[in-house]
Every structure is written in C-alpha cells, then in structure tokens.
Ligand binder design. Structure first.
Ligand code: SF4
Length: 182
C-alpha cells in the first residue's frame, strides 16, 4: 500500500459552483510516481507533467491529484468528500500495486480551446498582464506560458461569471491553478 492516510486541511466554497464546496486533503505519501500509470489506464485523465498533477473529471466534478495532496470540486458536504477521497486513494493504491503490468503514459490529452478562453477575457487590451492584447494573453495562457492570475482585470467583481467559466475550463484541462483559487 502506498498511501496510508489523508487529512482534510481545507473546506472552501467552490468557485465553479458557489452553492457547493471544494476540499483539499494532504496525503501521507508522495504519489508523483503513480500519476503517469493512472493516466495510462483512465482515458479521461489529464496528466500535466510539468506541474506533476493528474486531473480526473468525474460527473461534473474535478479531482486533481498533486504529489502530496488531492483537491476536489463541487462537493455536497464533508461526508461526500471523504467518500470520494477514499475512492481516489483506493485507485492510487491499486494502480501502484499493478505498476509492473502498466505502461506509463506521460502525455497530456487535452488543451483548452484558445477561442473559448479569449471570448471570456475582458477584451480591454489594458496591458496590465504585460501583454499587448487579450488575444496575445489567451494564446500564451493555453500554451501555459503565462498564468491566469496575471490578468488582474478578470479578478474584478464585474467579471465574476467569466472568471468562474475560465477557471472551470483551465481546471478541466488539468492546468495548475493557485490553491486559493480552486
Ligand atoms: S490584463 Fe487581462 S484584460 Fe488586460 S490585456 Fe491582459 S488579458 Fe486583457
């Protein structure tokens, strides 16, 4: 058995769906080495080698496994979080046990659509992010050459809906999102 225990360290409102909660749990062991193996057996998984994360989209919910923590969105309550954490730990441990039978997959499967992101940006070309245009920012964002937090305008209250949509797209593609935004 690789992971022996976990501890929920944060229960926060879900940014994608504010009526629900998101949970972050610390796990007792580093699971980095198992992520490419889960990526190989779960065709919906989104593995990000540079960030060392694996995102599993499950019934509208995103489960992101980091080396030492698991973040889950769109939860009803803590009880549901524990159930999904138990299932995720079981997946990690069972995959770890069968590692010798699986060929690891280090490839990422999906990138967000550039236009989907661009349409949701403020499109003011204010340059606060350091780019000349929102268009240039979107192009760099989908290639992971810049992070969403560089666009301070999208974090203003008037852009709440668009911000939530962008974060949902980025999370769904396994992008690294700062923990306090998840
Ligand atoms: S900071 Fe945001 S709104 Fe301003 S140019 Fe960059 S992407 Fe566009």
């Amino acid at each position: 058995m690789l992971v022996k225990s976990y501890k929920i360290i944060e229960i926060l409102p879900c940014l994608v769906d504010p009526e629900k909660t998101r949970v972050i749990a610390m796990i007792s062991e580093d699971v980095s080495g198992v992520l490419p193996y889960i990526n190989a057996i779960d065709k919906n998984a989104i593995y990000t080698k540079n960030a060392n994360t694996l995102t599993l989209p499950k019934s509208e919910r995103l489960i992101t496994i980091h080396p030492r923590k698991i973040a889950i969105t769109k939860l009803k309550d803590e009880q549901e979080a524990k159930k999904i954490l138990d299932e995720t730990i079981k997946l990690i441990n069972e995959t770890f046990k069968k590692k010798s039978e699986i060929k690891p997959d280090y490839e990422r499967r999906k990138r967000p659509n550039f236009l989907d992101i661009y349409k949701l940006l403020p499109k003011t070309n204010c340059r606060k992010c350091g780019e000349l245009t929102c268009f240039a920012f979107a192009a760099k964002l989908v290639k992971e050459e810049i992070v969403i937090t560089r666009c301070s305008s999208i974090f203003e209250s008037g852009y709440k809906n668009n911000r939530e949509k962008i974060l949902k797209i980025l999370q769904g593609s396994g992008f690294e999102i700062p923990v306090d935004l998840k």
